[in-house]
Design a binder for this molecule. Structure first.
Ligand code: DOR
Length: 417
């Protein structure tokens, strides 16, 4: 007897089939069989669970007022994300084996979705031990200061990249340059972290990297940066693709993020580069409404986004603006290949994580979302949220109700327990 049978699933190539699951994996794609639960998917767009390879879940002893693994993972599942990769600019920073172990324990206790944890790469950090302890990747490595992280120098960067390459670990880079005084509104914030500086930082990292090393560049803000990052992989975010400085009042800290939102003309060019960016990730930074209300210079940079990552793009799939295959590549196939994680999908032996999206467009409202931060930069935008989410072959979210299934930790490939 199978666990779940999804009937009449339309595959990205246009064929319709049944997908059978057992023991957390897809076991059969073809004509149906008997199962504990049968779900007719004729009315749904079915996508493999998304992997958001760039979230800041916060939590820990010092940050639990903001977001924690309980609220953040509910937000993830409610948006069709079944695996998140947490970034290391936590408080305290994730640069010791003890901090990594504590972070994994915290997520094992509270997370409702699968998770992986990156380690920070700063001079003096025990990179070999962190990789053996299960760090998924090193980074994001900050080339310029950002929320909760100082930048590192070019000399330090060269040494760290050599060490990471010798370990065979993935590395992710936050490429930015900061110049002049900090901004006092969105335009001056953008000028203090210019688009050309992002491109220079990308080139610098490429020059410093040992021959043959693969780099992954996080949250690029312009099409020029995406092109400069080739042949390495790059990630784009919904906020840089869909929002620009003009969408916020000039001094509104909610639009403050690093790298900054650009002009609407730049945003349109970035969206046109959709096919050239390998990964779509949220950079979910769930600073609270109160923190964002502290005035422009004091407010932290960053905006929430894990729950809206995929839902913002479903209307574009339904209208034919983007293909379902391109969304699947950027939200599950490619992040998994960059990190070396087995991908969820429709074929036998693939992980049985799926999200079922109705074909009716709704509107994003902060009050309907699950992050503790209490706001969204996408208020009022069109989206489609999944009505059913399957994790490891079990329904874990249905019409807004969550069940704890079997969320797992995905250690990196250096893990030696
Ligand atoms: O705006 C940002 N906020 N950019 C980052 O890279 C970090 C993030 C955060 O952690 O809040």
């Amino acid at each position: 007897m199978l666990d779940i049978l999804l009937r009449n699933v339309r595959l990205p190539d246009g064929r319709t089939t049944d997908i059978a699951m057992a023991d957390g994996l897809v076991v059969h794609a073809g004509a149906g069989a008997r199962a504990v639960e049968i779900i007719d998917c004729s009315a749904f767009l079915v996508l493999p669970g998304a992997v958001d390879m760039h979230v800041h879940m916060r939590g820990g002893a010092r940050e639990s007022r903001k977001e924690d693994w309980g609220t953040g993972s509910r937000a993830a599942l409610a948006g069709g994300v079944t695996l998140v990769v947490d970034q290391p600019n936590t408080d305290p920073p994730l640069t010791t084996v003890e901090a990594l172990r504590a972070r994994v324990r915290e997520a094992e206790r509270d997370s409702l979705c699968h998770f992986a944890v990156n380690a920070g790469a700063v001079p003096g950090a025990p990179l070999r031990d962190l990789f053996r302890e299960g760090a998924m990747a090193f980074g994001e490595i900050f080339l310029a200061p950002s929320t909760g992280a100082g930048g590192i120098t070019a000399g330090e960067m060269g040494g760290l990249l050599a060490e990471i390459h010798a370990l065979g670990a993935p590395v992710t880079i936050h490429a930015e340059e900061v110049k002049g005084v900090p901004g006092t509104d969105l335009a001056s914030h953008g000028m203090s972290r210019p688009a050309e500086g992002e491109i220079r930082a990308i080139r610098k990292a490429q020059e410093l990297a040992p021959r043959g090393m693969r780099l992954h560049f996080c949250h690029l803000s312009t099409a020029g940066a995406v092109d400069a990052s080739a042949p390495h992989t790059s990630e784009v975010t919904p906020h840089h693709l869909l929002l620009s400085q003009e969408d916020f009042p000039a001094g509104d800290p909610r639009g403050k993020v690093n790298p900054p939102l650009r002009s609407s003309a730049e945003r349109v060019k970035l969206l046109a580069a959709w096919d050239r960016a390998r990964v779509l990730a949220s950079d979910h930074a769930p600073h609270t409404r109160e923190e964002k209300g502290a005035g422009f210079t004091r407010a932290p940079s960053g905006m929430p986004g894990v729950e809206t990552l995929v839902p913002l793009f479903i209307p574009k799939v339904l209208s034919g603006e983007i293909t379902p295959a391109s969304l699947i590549e950027k939200t599950s196939v490619n992040p998994c290949s960059v990190l070396g994680i087995p991908a969820p999908g429709f074929r036998p032996a693939q992980r049985a994580d799926f999200a079922l999206y109705p074909k009716e467009v709704t509107m994003i409202r902060a009050r309907d979302l699950h992050s503790r931060c209490g706001w969204t930069p996408f208020e009022g935008r069109e989206a489609v949220f999944p009505s059913t989410v399957i994790l490891g072959g079990e329904v874990v979210c249905r019409d807004g109700d969550f069940t704890r299934g079997n969320p797992r930790w995905f250690p990196g490939r250096g893990y030696h327990p």
